[in-house]
Design a binder for this molecule. Structure first.
Ligand SMILES: [Zn+2]
Length: 468
């Protein structure tokens, strides 16, 4: 099915949605006059023969009807298949009763309906998945999700048509209803978050061509439901997280534009969205990590090996003010304090705070002249970033490059993830620095709150040592 720009809107929409719709159509073979041998779903258990063909370039006529594959004796014409289709698929075809001129026309069957009967409501429900048939279930999924609270609200308001868009404001106040980005259309809720050409261009980068038609045609609620369920990952971030981060950012940028007329839509907005989604994922991970990590990780602090020093680093983010800090300490192989550092970072994410802690820890130990350094953090993601080779394409955090540079110097650095309980000294310093003024403070002596935790580290250490 094809549409031209001169066709009616309805027809164009139907053409758009067709591929999604047609996925659910299969054929009952009669005389082989309508179903297409390669492209249609007619062999039970197979999507289409086309999917099974190794090299589709060799298929002379992809739209050939099934009757063309029958020999003069009414049997399947194996010769026509043998070079193109894998043998096990040919075997399957041979088990199917070949089309026969004595039968009627091939019949299209609507898969999901009972008895193959087609109904509009059934088709719609199948296409938009099952959750949306129970909108309350969808909202439960949303509220339980780990998205930022703000983004959940934006999605909820979108689904209930309560976003304060310009079109909505214009219905009771003298507001210009047109979109801030394109000024061509009214800024309705779906225009603001999906349909504006500026926004749609970003979404398109995350969609394969087959999903686009559906994506841009669903109603607000169905659209949210479809996205919350979409089982896809980009850069190992689940789609629903990217989706919520994107909606949050689109709305945020729209508001910025409203109040700062010189604000520009971000260049490479999709990257900004991915970074935001990743940080959002990370912000929640420490809690989950704690549960998961209990088994494999060291629960108590251990002294470094002789000749080595150990840096413990941590980040902290205040959940209400969103202010962030990091801090850490350097100890010798007797567990003695060498130096500490406390940094108030202003606003930053959890992951950034963790990574800044590592950057400062490494810089300070390098400057102090140590060349055998163990660094420990309780953030698995931070440790993973350090351990995995840095390359431009997978660079998700600006600090990754900085850390890679530090590590490439002429020294030995071992990075290890430890449990939160083993990292309590660093945790205490990081939390204390939330209250200090912005910037780096070098600590020559341990603050008293940290000194007591250090003592505990050593007591646990020696009791464990003497015990066995
Ligand atoms: Zn627009």
């Amino acid at each position: 099915m094809e549409s031209k720009s001169t066709d009616s809107k309805l027809w164009r929409e139907i053409c758009n949605i067709w591929p999604e719709f047609y996925k659910h159509v299969s054929w009952e073979i009669g005389c082989g006059d309508r179903a297409r041998f390669w492209l249609d779903k007619w062999a039970p258990g197979l999507e289409s023969i086309w999917h099974e063909v190794v090299d589709t370039d060799w298929i002379p006529d992809p739209t050939a009807k099934i009757s063309r594959f029958v020999d003069p004796f009414g049997q399947w014409d194996k010769e026509r298949m043998i070079d193109l289709i894998p043998q096990h698929i040919i075997n399957k075809i041979l088990c199917i009763f070949p089309p026969n001129p004595s039968l009627g026309s091939d019949q299209a069957v609507w898969d999901p309906g009972r008895n193959g009967q087609f109904s509009i409501s059934n088709a719609y429900n199948v296409i938009v998945n099952t959750v949306q048939r129970h909108p309350s279930g969808m909202w439960k999924v949303l509220w339980k999700s780990k998205f930022q609270q703000r983004n959940k609200f934006i999605l909820w308001r979108l689904g209930h048509d309560r976003l304060p868009t310009r079109s909505r404001l214009a219905s009771w106040s003298p507001t210009n209803p047109s979109c801030l980005w394109c000024s061509r259309s009214r800024e309705t809720n779906m225009h603001a978050l999906r349909d504006c050409p500026k926004i749609a261009a970003v979404w398109r980068l995350f969609l394969n061509p087959r999903d686009r038609a559906l994506f841009f045609n669903l109603s607000a609620k169905d659209w949210i439901g479809w996205n919350l369920q979409r089982n896809k990952k980009f850069a190992s971030i689940p789609w629903p997280s990217i989706f919520s981060a994107a909606c949050g950012l689109f709305w945020h940028w729209r508001n910025k534009k409203l109040y700062e007329s010189d604000f520009q839509f971000p260049w490479e907005a999709h990257r900004v969205i991915l970074i935001q989604a990743r940080l959002q994922e990370e912000a929640w991970r420490p809690w989950e990590e704690e549960r998961i990590s209990c088994s494999g990780l060291a629960k108590t602090w251990r002294k470094p090996m002789v000749g080595w020093i150990k840096v413990n680093s941590d980040g902290a983010v205040c959940r209400s003010s969103r202010r962030a800090a990091c801090g850490g300490l350097i100890r010798d192989n007797f567990g003695n304090w060498i130096k500490g550092y406390a940094v108030n970072l202003g606003h930053a994410s959890v992951l950034s705070a963790e990574l800044w802690g590592i950057v400062h820890g490494l810089s300070i130990t390098w400057d102090l002249g140590f060349r055998k350094v163990e660094i420990e953090s309780d953030s698995s993601h931070a440790i993973n970033l350090i351990q995995s080779p840095w390359d431009v394409s997978s660079n998700f955090h600006p600090l990754q490059q900085k850390i890679a540079c530090l590590l490439s110097r002429n020294w030995e650095v071992k990075a290890t993830q430890i449990s939160r309980s083993a990292n309590e000294c660093a945790d205490t310093i990081a939390k204390n620095s939330l209250a200090s003024s912005t910037g780096l403070t070098i600590l020559d002596v341990p603050p008293c709150t940290v000194a007591s935790v250090m003592m505990r580290d050593l007591i646990i250490y020696s009791s464990r040592d003497s015990g066995g």
